[in-house]
Design a protein around this ligand. Structure first.
Ligand SMILES: *Cc1c(COP(=O)(O)O)cnc(C)c1O
Length: 397
């Protein structure tokens, strides 16, 4: 009991020295809007260009392509839809297994299921929170074998393992070079889940450039938001074209005829949402700078803590620090919920990690690595802290 109080008090004090005291409520991650969004959204309303066509959609896509340094970006209605489209267009077939970290937001696994695939859950590593490449290599060598057509088959289930979706958690790069090498070695398609990592670079290159296709999310709590929305990014010309075609009902260009050449979808991002997004992108550099400064302030106050470690960016990377997080030292794991409740009572919104996918009811019978102890340990010990970009304040001033 004594040590509980001490821990709660210390962590709460540390957080409060970082957060600006002019606020009384601290949400986990809030957007901030100003004239940049207002003027553009108003323009949509005043001109009636609110729906699936309009200049802001292409402007948003072009700006994202420039930021990421990729050739094609297709804006869609959510990150989940982006993942689904990437899987479908890359050729995931019914019954194909797709390697997914058990430590991710549920959307990653859901999209695999909707695309007809079967999520096969793999282990995370402490340093990056991403997929552990070394363990995965050993595991795959053990459970799989190539068939005559060069497909990598899961010996236990008889199904092909076709793809892998590394997730860059909290904006921190998964060991993407090592995972890229594994994808090559085992003949797997590679899709980066960059829903949380817009603005992060690894070895000087934007995340999203290390795979066949990458996806982004612009949900309300992400680093920039379009209200709801997502995007697929790819350097593959044919794939980019195919995704754009399929997300816009596969309509052929014609002045008035409605001719469609495939059964397709209406998954595009509406113009009014893209207007919000273009406004937000005007400020992305500022957000990134502020979020990194906020992260370094948290880092300083937690540096000497006997109770927690601050989760910092992996080597060779510049993270967007979408969500700041602390990891309770192993001895204090049991006090996680107590600390969460203590902070919430002070109107400091904090959250644990997502419950690991292999523990969720609908996914508990999916194929998985037997040993997911690190995933479970991270889930038991990590707490996310308020991280909105406007929470940075220059304490020297
Ligand atoms: C937010 C998120 C998604 C899904 O995005 P939506 O736009 O909410 O559908 C997918 N993966 C991860 C890791 C996310 O954080």
């Amino acid at each position: 009991m004594q040590s509980n109080d001490r821990l709660n008090h210390d962590i709460s004090q540390a957080i409060q020295t970082v957060l600006p005291q002019r606020f009384s409520v601290f949400n986990l991650h809030e957007p901030c809007f100003d004239a940049e969004e207002e003027s553009r959204v108003l323009e949509c309303v005043k001109t009636n260009w609110v729906s699936y066509a309009g200049k802001f959609v292409s402007e948003f896509e072009q700006r994202l392509a420039d930021i990421l340094g990729v050739k094609h970006v297709i804006a869609v209605s959510s990150g989940t839809v982006a993942l689904y489209m990437a899987l479908k267009t890359l050729g995931i077939n019914d019954g194909d297994e797709v390697l997914v970290p058990s430590l991710t937001f549920v959307a990653t696994a859901n999209a695999v299921h909707h695309a007809g695939g079967i999520a096969h859950f793999v282990e995370a590593e402490h340093d990056t929170l991403g997929i552990d490449a070394e363990k995965l290599d050993k595991y795959l060598a053990d459970v799989g074998q190539f068939n005559q057509d060069g497909r990598f088959i899961n010996k236990m289930t008889g199904r092909p393992i076709r793809a892998m979706i590394p997730v860059h958690i909290f904006g921190h790069p998964a060991p993407i070079k090592a995972l890229q090498a594994l994808a090559k070695k085992y003949n797997l398609l590679l899709i980066e889940d960059c829903a949380e990592s817009l603005g992060t670079t690894y070895e000087g290159k934007s995340l999203g450039n290390f795979s066949d296709a990458a996806i982004l999310s612009f949900n309300g709590n992400k680093i920039i938001t379009t209200g709801g929305g997502g995007a697929i990014a790819t350097n593959d010309d044919a794939l980019g074209k195919k995704i754009k075609h399929l997300t816009t009902t596969a309509k052929l260009v014609h002045p008035y005829e409605f001719e469609h050449d495939e059964i397709a979808y209406n998954f595009r991002m509406p113009n009014i949402n893209a207007a919000l997004g273009v406004g937000q992108l005007q400020k992305l550099d500022q957000y990134l700078a502020n979020k990194r400064k906020l992260a370094s302030q948290y880092q300083i106050v937690f540096n000497e803590s006997p109770f927690v470690d601050f989760v910092s960016e992996p080597e060779n990377s510049v993270s967007n620090y979408w969500l700041n997080a602390i990891k309770l030292k192993p001895d204090y794991a049991e006090q996680r919920n107590d600390l969460i409740n203590h902070l919430m009572l002070q109107k400091i919104s904090v959250r644990p990690l997502w419950q690991p996918m292999h523990t969720l009811k609908m996914y508990q019978n999916n194929p998985r690595m037997h040993d997911l102890a690190i995933t479970e340990d991270l889930y038991a010990r990590i707490i996310c802290l308020p991280s909105s970009p406007f929470l940075y304040e220059n304490k020297q001033a």
